[in-house]
Design a protein around this ligand. Sequence first.
Ligand SMILES: [Zn+2]
Ligand SMILES: [Zn+2]
Length: 329
Amino acid sequence: MLKFFLGWIDSWSITHSSELTEFEASKTSKDTQIQWLRIIPFILLHIACLAVFWVGVSWFAVWFMILFYMIRMFAITAFFHRYLSHKTFQTSRPVQFIFLLIGTMSAQRGPLWWTAHHRYHHRFTDTEHDPHSSTHGFWYSHVGWFLNQQNFSTRKEIIKDWLKFPEIVWLDRFSFVIVLITAFAIYLLGDWLAFAYPNLGTSGPQLLVWGFVVSTLLLIHATLCINSLAHLYGRRDFDTKDNSRNNLFLSIITLGEGWHNNHHYYAGSTRQGFFWWQIDVTYYVLKAMSFCGLIWAIKPVPQRIYDAHKIHLDSLKNKIEKNSDGGVL
Ligand SMILES: [Zn+2]
Ligand SMILES: [Zn+2]
């Protein structure tokens, strides 16, 4: 029992048998079982949303919710995804730590856990070895995959390049504690504001519910939509072997991650909206950060990718013309 709770505090204290093998290894039924006890915090986060009816609402709490969502979404897309998972730019160790810490506050487990599973997703996209293959249906690719035994541990064999940074390992191990401290700090902030600036109309419980609970839940599900909906709905601008799609709505709520078909075709560029009309807020902010010298070595989209897109469009056009000719005849 003690070991079980220790696993919540230090996620590296529990090693699953499946962690010792690659995804290629055969899975036992135990590996795919949902770990109900371990996902209590995830379930509680959903139930806690009902407290919005009890704590009331204020403009301050709503703006805090939106801003905290956006800051953490940026940390996830820019630093967990484009930096840690794909190494599409470089930065200094302090900037790396600050944004990985903010990303860890998103309650999406640790940065190395996130990166390891994402790298497996790219390596085996939409096959049986993909941790959240869209071939298993919407619910599995959205939430089912990370609630089961086999995907609880950080798969260290695929993130060895980052293990040399003790501070990143620390964030990964104690991610749950960091989330708890974040929630508590937001509660204290609300409590202090109620006393110091009563006309804001907020309070400790109100800011905790809107600024942490609702904001974090929206953030988690928006991120998860990239694994589920971005492999289901949208345009396919590139001919990839997987089901990835480009989706404007998902790009807006995830600050640019919705250009998922682009990303699966070419994951090596910092930019995911390959064209000017493909809104990619994360890229714009990263570009601004590069002007300030906070990050550098941004990787561009190579010309051959644009050429491939043109060839794909031309072949689609030809197919449509052939079909319409057939219809006339
Ligand atoms: Zn990726
Ligand atoms: Zn994907």
